[in-house]
Design a protein around this ligand. Structure first.
Ligand SMILES: Nc1nc2c(ncn2[C@@H]2O[C@H](COP(=O)(O)OP(=O)(O)OP(=O)(O)O)[C@@H](O)[C@H]2O)c(=O)[nH]1
Ligand SMILES: [Mg+2]
Length: 437
């Protein structure tokens, strides 16, 4: 494969810029571009001081060589660590292209690592997640995916399925043995795989929220203090607050990091019988926002009697993940309703407790193994369906059909680690990467 080159550090000014080359010609290309300050034989994993350039020196820099297969891509890799200016980095890339390298595509280094067996597909996705993470929680989830927690569980399930398949194969050749050893044992082993699949599938909701953030809609009647609560959470006056009922006309979404988790709050227009066309549309949007949210905060006003409309709102979200919060407790401490949180957007009282509650209801399970990608979820669901079908239709007479179901489950699982995945999926995964990774 041809040698590829790219700038691997961000486009901008910094301490250093790293230009990376990978491929079988990379050392010979690099040697023609680099003049050592003290000429010597290049050893892997050692830094050499020298000059990069051809007719004209571009920069004084460091060069390091990683010999295949002990490199990120599994190929020969050379890096130049130059001074951190894009003009320098671009000239070095141009020079290396002149000497025979080609420009790398997005994610091409990591893609080569995958193709060369340095990393499985789920680990590559973990790397992309780490690079794109915008909260500590999503960073940790990416790291764990990269380190192979999910892949290990998936491979363990595949191993069990492989054993079951070979036992069935053997028994098909010697049917008299099938009854005792395999026939009894197979459903038990399949149930074990089924349990693991079920457990993993049920973590997806939480996993997605860890990766993308938790969406929370604040709904309530006009003037209950929804916008005030948003401002209090954001710690600045983002939304307009007035004592006029119907101040907020449109939904408004902002994110905060709270205890390492990204929370995406949507403030909405107060819900009541709409008065004008703008307000009616705003209320429509409030309902849509609440519909799409992971969790709904139903906000009540401690200074008002609990009316029919508020009760209707509470009922409406009763079957959803929700928190009922009573606001303005600084004005009235006697308002009581079952299972509510008591807060004051004005003084901040109770607001951290509310946020804690939101976190614990959504991503509160902490550090268990979680599924974070819909692609993985989809593969797990298909594997689960095949295993259930294998168990449900389990019968001596049709053991060959069972074997087909088990093979289907095995190959669905293989899509996660990449052993059975299509070229299109691989391409779409690496298109999410940046150039130089
Ligand atoms: N004393 C007190 N006043 C509050 C509190 N929260 C909000 N308010 C006041 O209540 C009024 C309405 O607040 P908003 O935040 O605009 O209420 P809203 O729910 O966004 O109202 P709409 O946008 O009209 O639906 C404002 O005068 C706020 O200052 C609170 O905790 N205590
Ligand atoms: Mg408002």
């Amino acid at each position: 494969m041809s040698s590829i080159v790219a700038i691997s550090t961000p486009q901008g000014i910094g301490g250093i810029s790293i230009i990376r080359l990978s491929g079988e010609d990379s050392l010979s290309i690099a040697s023609r571009a680099f003049e050592m300050a003290t000429p010597t034989d290049v050893q892997p994993r050692r830094f050499y001081l020298g000059y990069v350039g051809a007719e004209e020196r571009i920069d004084q820099c460091l060069m390091v060589y990683f010999k295949a297969p002990f490199s990120y891509t599994g190929e020969d890799v050379v890096e130049f660590h130059c001074h951190g200016n894009m003009l320098i980095a671009r000239r070095v890339v141009e020079l290396l292209v002149d000497l025979g390298a080609t420009m790398a595509d997005r994610g091409e280094f990591t893609r080569r690592a995958f193709l060369n067996g340095k990393m499985n597909l789920a680990s590559c996705e973990g790397i992309a997640d780490m690079i794109n993470a915008d909260s500590d929680a999503s960073l940790r989830a990416g790291y764990r995916l990269m380190r192979g927690e999910l892949s290990t569980t998936v491979s363990e399930m595949q191993e069990i399925l492989t054993e079951v398949l070979s036992a069935i194969d053997g028994a098909l050749d010697y049917p008299e043995e099938l009854y005792d050893d395999v026939y009894e044992d197979t459903p038990i082993r399949l149930e074990r795989v089924s349990d693991t699949l079920y457990r993993l599938i049920s973590t997806y909701r939480e996993g997605r929220m860890l990766r993308e953030g938790v969406s929370v809609a604040i709904v309530g009647e006009p003037n209950t203090g929804k916008s005030s609560l948003l401002n209090r959470i954001l710690k600045y006056d983002r939304a307009i607050v007035t004592d006029v009922a119907g101040t907020t006309r449109d939904t408004l979404t902002e994110s905060v990091l709270y205890r390492d988790v990204k929370l995406n709050f949507t403030d909405t227009a107060g819900i009541r019988e709409g008065e004008d066309i703008v307000e009616i549309q705003g209320i429509e949007r409030s309902k849509e926002a609440a519909q799409g949210a992971d969790l709904v905060v139903v906000l009540l006003d401690a200074t008002k009697e609990l009316g029919a409309e508020q009760r209707r709102l509470i009922d409406e979200y009763a079957n959803r993940l929700h928190v009922v919060a009573v606001n303005k407790t600084d004005l009235n401490r006697d308002f009581e309703i079952e299972d509510a949180m008591y807060i004051s957007a004005k003084t901040g009282e109770g607001v951290d407790e509310l946020l804690d509650k939101i976190v614990s209801l959504t991503v509160g399970r902490g550090d268990g193994e979680v599924v974070t990608h819909v692609r993985h979820l989809d593969a797990l669901k298909r594997a689960y369906a095949s295993i259930r079908s294998a168990i449900d239709s389990y019968d001596l007479a049709t053991i060959d059909v069972t074997a087909i179901d088990i093979k289907d489950a095995w190959s669905a699982l293989g899509e996660i680690t990449g052993t059975t995945v299509s070229e299109e999926i691989v391409a779409s995964i690496f298109s999410r990467f940046c150039v130089g990774k």
